[in-house]
Design a protein around this ligand. Structure first.
Ligand SMILES: [Zn+2]
Length: 314
C-alpha cells in the first residue's frame, strides 16, 4: 500500500473475479435478500448523512426494471453480499431510497464522503459510464452485451470482446533542490491564483518516466530528471488513473507553451507552506485576494504531492 491513501482509492469490495465467471451466480445474486443496488442518475449518486458522515445510499431493484437496456453491473461483494451499480433510468423514479437521501455530483461531494465509499463510487461511476458509451462494437458496429456482471462486453455479431479501459495520466511536482522551490503551473480556465502540479495523459509506447519528462518539457521547458513514483489515484471523470510522481529539475529556465498553459512558476517552500496553511475550505476555491496562491484541496493527488514536498517527504 502507498504511504498515502488518496481519495477514490482503497475500494473495500471484493470484485469476485472468479465467481463472476458464472453468469448464473451473477444473475442469482440480483434476487438475494442481502444484495444492494446503487442507482446512478445521470452519473450522480444517492447519498445521506449517517452519524455525521456522508455515505452512499443503497436501494433494491424495482420489479420490472429494464435490465436489458440497463444491466445491473456487479461491483463486488461486501461480507459476502453482492453490490450492484445500475443506471436509475432502468426504473425512473422507482428506486426506493431513505427520505433524507439526495443525488449528488461525485466530484463536489467526494471531500465529504466516507473514504471507503469514495472508492466504491469511483468504481461505479467509471464502470457505468463506460457501459453506457460502449453499446456498439468498435470492430463491426453491431450491438454489444455486458458479460460476467459487466467486467467486459461481448459483441452480439462478431467474436470481439471489449474491456473497460483506464486512461493513465502522469502528474508531477518538479523540485529544484538547490533553490528549495517547486514547479507548478495553471490553466486559463482555473480560478484566479490556482496553481497545481503538471499533468498529462501517457501516450502509446511511453513509460511513466518518458511521459513525465515529455509533459514537463512541453508545459514548462524544464528538464525533469530522477523521476520517482509517489502514489496513485483513480479519477473517475470519466476513467483516469493519476500516477503521482516527483522529479528533480535538470534546468532552471521556464519556457511554456501559451496554448497549453496560462502560467508556470517556481514557488518557494515558504510560499507553498503558507498556501497549504489556509483553511481546507478555501483550498481549490475561487475568491482569494488578488495575487494569493491557491492550491488544490486534499481530495486531489496534486495536494498530496505538493504537501509531501513541503513537509520534506519527496
Ligand atoms: Zn462486433
Amino acid at each position: 500500500m502507498p504511504e498515502f491513501r488518496n481519495t477514490f482509492s482503497g475500494n473495500p469490495l471484493d470484485r469476485e473475479a472468479a465467481r463472476r465467471r458464472d453468469e448464473a451466480w451473477v444473475s442469482g445474486q440480483q434476487a438475494e435478500a442481502e444484495t444492494a443496488f446503487l442507482p446512478l442518475h445521470n452519473l450522480t449518486f444517492p447519498m445521506r448523512q449517517v452519524e455525521g458522515v456522508m455515505r452512499l445510499a443503497w436501494s433494491t431493484l424495482p420489479a420490472g426494471a429494464d435490465t436489458e437496456r440497463h444491466p445491473p453491473l456487479l461491483l463486488g461483494t461486501s461480507d459476502g453480499a453482492a453490490r450492484f451499480a445500475i443506471n436509475a433510468a432502468a426504473a425512473p423514479g422507482r428506486f426506493e431510497l431513505p427520505d433524507d437521501a439526495t443525488y449528488m455530483d461525485l466530484r463536489a461531494a467526494a471531500p465529504l464522503l466516507d473514504m471507503d465509499d469514495t472508492g466504491i463510487a469511483a468504481q461505479a461511476r467509471a464502470f457505468l459510464d463506460w457501459h453506457e458509451r460502449h453499446r456498439f462494437c468498435a470492430v463491426c458496429g453491431a450491438s454489444t452485451a455486458a458479460a460476467q456482471g459487466g467486467i467486459f462486453r461481448k459483441c452480439t455479431a462478431c467474436p470481439a470482446e471489449h474491456f473497460p479501459r483506464t486512461d493513465p495520466v502522469v502528474i508531477t511536482v518538479v523540485i529544484d533542490n538547490e533553490r528549495d522551490r517547486c514547479l507548478l503551473g495553471r490553466q486559463a480556465s482555473w480560478p484566479a491564483g490556482m496553481f497545481s502540479a503538471l499533468a498529462g495523459f501517457i501516450d502509446h509506447g511511453e513509460s511513466i518516466e518518458d511521459a513525465v519528462r515529455r509533459e514537463v518539457a512541453e508545459e514548462s521547458g524544464i528538464d525533469a530528471v530522477n523521476v520517482r513514483y509517489h502514489s496513485s489515484q483513480p479519477w473517475p471523470f470519466p476513467s483516469s488513473l493519476m500516477i503521482g510522481c516527483h522529479a528533480d529539475a535538470g534546468s532552471a529556465d521556464i519556457d511554456y507553451d501559451e496554448w497549453e498553459m496560462d502560467d508556470v512558476r517556481w514557488f518557494t517552500r515558504e510560499e507553498i507552506r503558507h498556501a497549504l496553511s489556509l483553511p481546507a475550505a478555501q483550498l481549490g476555491e475561487p475568491g482569494l485576494p488578488d495575487g494569493a496562491l491557491s492550491l488544490p484541496g486534499p481530495m486531489a493527488i496534486a495536494h498530496t504531492l505538493i504537501s509531501a514536498w513541503a513537509n520534506g517527504r519527496a
